[in-house]
Design a protein around this ligand. Structure first.
Ligand SMILES: Nc1nc2c(c(=O)[nH]1)N[C@H]1C(S)=C(S)[C@@H](COP(=O)(O)O)O[C@H]1N2
Ligand SMILES: [Mo]
Length: 191
């Protein structure tokens, strides 16, 4: 399904550039794709462990949207393809008390996203950008994308999705970045 959600507007305080600036605060991890698994746990009735081919079979979402880094650069019209996180949440049967998704990555990076934003149908585990599997530096095998949140929530090299009740800061949230990070509301830093 392709949903064209691109808006002509750019969020406040952002400027458009023509390519992603690669960030890897903790280095680019080496991934053995045959051994790699995405674990889904926390407050769920069914814990899941999904390999790359399992995820490929679950692909259900594809759309074009812009990417916004909190440092103020934006890249327009990126094609994202992957699995909606709401589908994964349904498969895992998340419990009603879940309020946050805490995300762990192979490089040790972490972030956290409010469950309302995670269950938005556009929030996805991305496997492809612009019709190609993710490049190693762009997060292969899988990264997150939530179009209305700043790029630091778009965790690369995913290893674990943990549904929780309690807030806990991830890598940038510990360094004073916002709990949610909505680009339209300019939620860059904690108040
Ligand atoms: N694992 C991991 N994911 C990460 C980061 C990181 O350092 N490690 N940086 C984040 C930040 S701050 C941004 S803006 C985007 C940048 O995505 P890109 O490197 O594909 O341009 O990745 C995010 N995801
Ligand atoms: Mo960023």
């Amino acid at each position: 399904m392709v949903i064209a959600i691109n808006e002509s507007k750019i969020p406040p305080g952002q400027s458009v550039i023509d390519h992603f600036i690669i960030y890897s605060a903790l280095g680019i991890p080496k991934v053995n794709i045959r051994q790699w698994k995405l674990k889904i746990g926390g407050l769920v009735k069914k814990k899941l462990i999904l390999g790359y081919s399992d995820l490929v079979r679950l692909i259900d979402t594809e759309y074009i949207a812009d990417f916004h880094c909190v440092i103020s650069w934006s890249v327009r019209n990126v094609k994202w393809r992957g699995i909606s996180i709401s589908r994964i949440a349904q498969m895992a049967e998340i419990k009603p008390e879940v309020k946050w998704l805490f995300v762990k990555c192979l490089d040790g990076y972490t972030t956290i996203i409010p469950i309302e934003d995670v269950l938005n149908p556009q929030s996805m585990v991305v496997l492809e950008i612009d019709n190609l599997p993710l490049k190693p530096e762009m997060g292969f095998p899988a990264r997150l994308f939530v179009p209305h949140l700043y790029g630091w929530k778009s965790a690369k090299w995913l290893s674990e999705l943990i549904f929780t009740k309690k807030y806990r800061s991830g890598y940038w949230e510990e360094r004073d970045y916002h709990k949610r990070g909505n680009v339209w509301l300019e939620e860059r830093f904690k108040d």
